[in-house]
Ligand binder design. Structure first.
Ligand SMILES: Cc1ncc(CO)c(N)n1
Length: 222
């Protein structure tokens, strides 16, 4: 007993590394990612973020205490006011108007991941839901750090994707990530080994769906 978030990533190291170090991420860091792959990803990510905001609203509904409710509220605000706000502006810079985003057909990888998270939250408890959300919040923060540690990563004007990396290394996003980590570390501290094994399954499934999301971008699949 006495688990922490790091025990979840340690339990599915191969999937976690395949997500963080995916070719989509590597090519984005090098500035070599095909721009239509990036546009496809950006558009689907708009739909993804809307369902993610709904998942935080579900977390609010499932919160038994004021502290849990505040944590869910912070997550919802981070998505609506920080990430989606930046995302819509960023899409515009890439020639994708907001009207185009609202009419978008949802790709299967987007459907699978977002509905998996919502279903996990519906049938499980608040901890199941936060564990299903963790690869997203914690993963993208870690991806920004990993990119910055790669010698092949190009920062600044030489990389058309520089602003994307900047979004996930920003203080706002990193603070949301730390708050999620703290919340998870506090809750995981008391779970039994059997419960931890269940949570590992949720975490691994969500991580594999993140891998599929990158692949959907690379392959432009719908
Ligand atoms: C698919 C996906 N996962 C995580 C994040 C980070 O919020 C995002 N924007 N999109």
């Amino acid at each position: 007993m006495g688990y922490r978030f790091n025990d979840l990533t340690a339990a599915c190291q191969d999937d976690w590394r395949a997500y963080i170090e995916h070719d989509f991420v590597l090519q984005l860091g090098q500035g070599l990612l095909a721009d239509d792959a990036f546009r496809h990803y950006l558009k689907q990510d708009y739909l993804f973020l809307i369902h993610f905001a709904r998942a935080y609203a579900l977390a609010a509904y499932k919160s038994p205490t004021l502290a849990d409710l505040r944590q869910a509220h912070e997550g919802l605000k981070a998505i609506l006011d920080v990430e989606l706000e930046l995302h819509v502006g960023y899409c515009r810079e890439w020639g994708i108007a907001e009207e185009q985003l609202t009419d978008l057909p949802e790709a299967r990888a987007t459907l699978a991941y977002t509905r998996y998270v919502l279903d996990t939250g519906n049938r499980g408890d608040l901890l199941d839901l936060h564990v299903a959300l963790a690869p997203c919040v914690v993963g993208y923060g870690e991806i920004a750090d990993w990119l910055n540690a790669q010698p092949s990563t190009v920062r600044g004007e030489g990389n058309p994707y520089d602003a994307w990396i900047a979004m996930y290394e920003s203080d706002d996003f990193q603070a949301a990530m730390r708050a999620e980590l703290e919340w998870l570390d506090a809750r995981l501290a008391d779970v039994t080994p059997a419960r931890f094994a269940e949570l590992c399954t949720v975490f691994r499934d969500a991580t594999r769906l993140e891998i599929d999301f990158w692949q959907m971008g690379l392959d432009r699949t719908d």
